[in-house]
Design a binder for this molecule. Structure first.
Ligand SMILES: CC(C)(COP(=O)(O)OP(=O)(O)OC[C@H]1O[C@@H](n2cnc3c(N)ncnc32)[C@H](O)[C@@H]1OP(=O)(O)O)[C@@H](O)C(=O)NCCC(=O)NCCS
Length: 178
C-alpha cells in the first residue's frame, strides 16, 4: 500500500456509516460526552467542507466541519478528524485538515476553530484562542481551544458561549469590505 492508492473526496451521505465506525474506533464511547460533540448535536455538519480519504473503496479517514456561532462571530468547527490505525502517520490527517481549510477559505468562511492538540494543529496554521474569550458547553482544556483565522479580525469576533450556528442568539456582525 502506498499513498498513491489513497484518494480524497468531499463527504457524501453514503460515507456516514463508515465515518461513524472510524470515530467510534478513534474516540470510543467517551466521544459523546465531549464539548465539541455537544455543539455538533445542535445541527448538521457542512458536507461541502467535510472530506474523506478512501482506499480500496473504503473510507479510511474523515474530517468534518460544523458551522458555529459565538456572540456576533461565526466560524466553522473542525472535527472529528480521525484516521484508521493502519493508515496513521502517512500524512493523511494533515492532508484532510489542509483540504478543509482550503474549502473554508474558498467559501469565504471567517475562521475555523477546534478542540485539539496544539503540537499537531499548530504547524497546520492554528493558534490558541485567548483564555476566557469563548466558552464551550462542557469543560475543555483551554490550551486545546485553537483557531485558524481566514478573515482578519474574525477570531476576535468570537465571544461567549459557542453553539451550533443554527442556534445562534446574536445576529452575525458583518464587516464591510475595506
Ligand atoms: C491525530 C490523527 C488524526 C493524525 O492523523 P495521521 O494521518 O495519523 O497524522 P499525519 O500523518 O497527518 O501526521 C503525523 C504526525 O503527527 C504527529 N501526531 C499525531 N497525533 C498527534 C498529536 N495528538 N499531537 C501531536 N502530534 C501528533 C505524529 O507523531 C506525526 O509526527 P511526525 O510527522 O513528526 O512523524 C490520527 O492519529 C487519529 O486519528 N488519532 C485518533 C483520533 C484523534 O486523536 N483525532 C484528533 C482529535 S484532536
Amino acid at each position: 500500500m502506498t499513498l498513491a492508492d489513497v484518494t480524497y473526496m468531499p463527504e457524501a451521505p453514503a460515507h456516514d456509516l463508515e465515518i461513524d465506525e472510524i470515530n467510534a474506533e478513534a474516540f470510543g464511547p467517551g466521544r459523546f460526552t465531549r464539548a465539541a460533540y455537544k455543539i455538533r448535536e445542535g445541527g448538521p455538519h457542512d458536507r461541502s467542507l467535510s472530506f474523506v480519504a478512501m482506499h480500496g473503496g473504503q473510507v479510511i479517514a474523515s474530517v468534518r466541519m460544523t458551522p458555529i456561532a459565538a456572540g456576533a462571530g461565526r466560524a466553522q468547527m473542525l472535527g472529528p478528524l480521525a484516521v484508521r490505525p493502519d493508515f496513521k502517520n502517512m500524512g493523511i490527517g494533515r492532508k484532510l485538515v489542509a483540504m478543509a481549510l482550503a474549502a473554508a477559505e474558498k467559501s469565504s468562511e471567517p475562521a475555523v476553530i477546534l478542540v485539539g492538540d496544539e503540537p499537531y494543529y499548530g504547524p497546520l496554521g492554528f493558534v490558541r484562542i485567548p483564555r476566557g474569550q469563548i466558552e464551550m458547553p462542557r469543560p475543555v482544556d483551554l490550551n486545546r481551544l485553537l483557531a485558524h483565522e481566514i478573515v482578519p479580525g474574525a477570531v476576535a469576533e468570537l465571544t461567549g458561549e459557542v453553539c451550533h450556528a443554527n442556534l445562534a442568539k446574536t445576529p452575525q456582525r458583518t464587516t464591510e469590505p475595506a
